[in-house]
Design a protein around this ligand. Structure first.
Ligand SMILES: [Zn+2]
Length: 52
């Protein structure tokens, strides 16, 4: 799942790492254009997956 760089106009940045914890998934991104690093956290429930 790609994201847009919050620091420059670069779009569709691919995640460099992915971590799942319980119902939450986090992605780590590094912009190839400006080098900015950021992460996102999403709730798996929002994507229709049921908790174990
Ligand atoms: Zn950037």
């Amino acid at each position: 799942m790609t994201d847009n760089c919050p620091n420059c106009p670069r779009q569709d940045v691919a995640p460099v790492a992915e971590h799942t914890r319980g119902q939450h998934i986090s992605h780590l991104y590094q912009c190839p254009a400006c080098g900015h690093v950021w992460s996102t956290n999403r709730d798996l429930g929002a994507y229709g997956q049921e908790a174990a």
